[in-house]
Design a protein around this ligand. Structure first.
Ligand code: UGA
Length: 435
């Protein structure tokens, strides 16, 4: 099938490559000429395992082309995927202006047989208003359906090619048929299709992210309690996770959730519920956000407990991306902690296998080699659980630092191995005995 993918950020670039890998002919469109050029050259503008290789492959096969604007060629696509971003506005709501701009650009080229597929994460009700706008611009009833995306950074391509569900919201069932054809291989491989109305499809995405955020903050709230009674939130998580109704996934306590999705999506969801007059229904999400923020403050508090006044104290933060296998710094808990420590006067060194190129803070010292970054540190904080940090040799690490104390912000270190090598280990949600 001939498919256009509008917006080539995280979602769009991954989706374009995934659709091309399924054998379709893809036209990727983004107003950012630099991004278009980079993609044309097989360069993904962010780090995502396997994506650059897959892009080069589909370029070689002639399955994908990139351009900065619509033309007659893209106009003849059977499907147009809307993949533009919906960033957070200053008031917390989701900014949908890029979606409206995209359909204004698309409208002159849209035929009444092509189907427009919304994939961006939106406040419920957005699709209806986009549909009305498109109708106004084209003069016919557009075939618009909603198909939210659930990919995770770090496993984006894999998630796109093996989605755990395909959610399709439509007003007219027949509008979903071309999408079912496009996804035929995924469906044959076993991904279940969930068909529903459009507002529910919009809600599925924000509800899923709100639930995931709630799980993380739930275990982090337990960690707060565990810390004052000498209990262990990691053991607690394991114990409650055996109950299949609870499950053990997404229950890792630590410095909390970040990234371009979970924090923004819960705030956008709260704002939308308030607009709709049902703000009270989601007021608990403010607490979810609050618990998440408090974990970051807790690390700064622990640093002060260890070092006293932070002025001039040498602290090394291992990892600045919001999660491993990603170079995304948006709302990264590790980076926020590094910034707070630097603002409190500490001399902070940060290291990360992939994300240092995005660092703009002049008061943080970036060092790419992890062992080198530990030089003379009086406190080490593990902020992002990259494999490189999890497998650090504690004995080698100890030779670098001036004081062997580490705060495990992700609860991933082998505590006894680090202690044996002479480290004092502090962890969130746990009381660890150090001699
Ligand atoms: C999230 C969702 O998981 C995807 O399903 C969704 O498609 C995506 O947002 C989106 O809306 O586009 P992502 O932001 O890539 O994906 O990251 P997650 O794997 O969800 O992790 C989010 C944060 O939670 C990370 O900072 C991670 O370190 C933290 N986390 C996760 C924990 O602190 N504990 C856990 O147990 C799990």
């Amino acid at each position: 099938m001939k498919i256009s993918v509008i917006g080539l950020g995280y979602l769009g670039a991954t989706h374009a490559v995934a659709m091309a890998k399924l054998g379709h002919s893809i036209i990727g469109i983004d107003k950012d000429q630099a991004k278009v050029e980079s993609l044309k050259n097989g360069q993904i503008p962010f780090f995502e395992p396997g994506l650059s290789e897959a892009l080069k492959e589909v370029i070689k096969e002639g399955k994908v082309q990139f351009q900065a604007s619509y033309d007659e060629n893209s106009a003849s696509a059977d499907l147009h995927f809307l993949c533009v971003g919906t960033p957070q506005s200053p008031d917390g709501s989701a900014n949908t202006s890029y979606l409206y701009a995209a359909i204004e650009d698309l409208a002159p080229y849209l035929s009444n047989t092509a189907v427009v597929v919304g994939k961006s994460t939106v406040p419920v009700g957005t699709a209806q208003s986009l549909k009305e706008k498109l109708q106004q611009l084209t003069g016919f009833e557009p075939r618009l359906i909603w198909n939210p995306e659930f990919l995770r950074e770090g496993t984006a391509l894999e998630d796109s090619l093996r989605p755990d569900r395909i959610v399709i919201g439509y007003w007219h069932k027949e509008d979903s048929f071309p999408l079912l054809v496009a996804y035929e291989k995924l469906i044959q491989a076993g991904s279940p299709v969930v068909e529903l109305d459009v507002p529910t499809a919009e809600l599925v995405k924000v509800a899923a992210n709100a639930f995931l955020a709630t799980k993380v903050s739930f275990i982090n709230a337990m960690a707060e309690v565990a810390e004052v009674v000498g209990a262990d939130a990691v053991a607690l998580s394991k114990a409650i996770g055996y109950d299949e109704r609870i499950g053990n996934k997404f229950l890792r306590s630590g410095i909390g959730f970040g990234g371009g999705c979970l924090p923004k999506d819960i705030r956008g969801f709260i704002a939308r519920a308030e607009e709709l007059g049902v703000g009270q229904a989601l007021s608990f999400l403010k607490e979810i956000d609050g618990i998440n923020e408090r974990r970051r403050t807790r690390v700064v508090q622990l640093a002060k407990q260890e070092l006293g006044n932070l002025t001039g104290k040498k602290i090394t933060v291992l990892g600045i991306s919001f999660k491993p296998n990603s170079d995304d710094l948006r709302e990264s808990p590790a980076l926020e902690i590094a910034r707070s420590l630097a603002n409190a006067g500490a001399a902070v060194t940060v290291t990360d296998p992939k994300a240092l190129h995005g660092l703009t803070d002049s008061n943080l010292t970036a060092v790419s080699d992890a062992l080198e970054a530990l030089s003379n540190a009086e406190l080490v904080i593990l902020g992002t659980e990259w494999e490189e940090f999890r497998s650090l040799d504690p004995a080698a690490a100890k030779t670098k630092v001036s004081k062997a104390t580490i705060i495990d912000g992700r609860n991933v270190l082998d505590v006894s191995a680090w202690q044996k090598a002479g480290w004092k280990v502090i962890a969130l949600g746990r009381t660890i005995q150090n001699d």
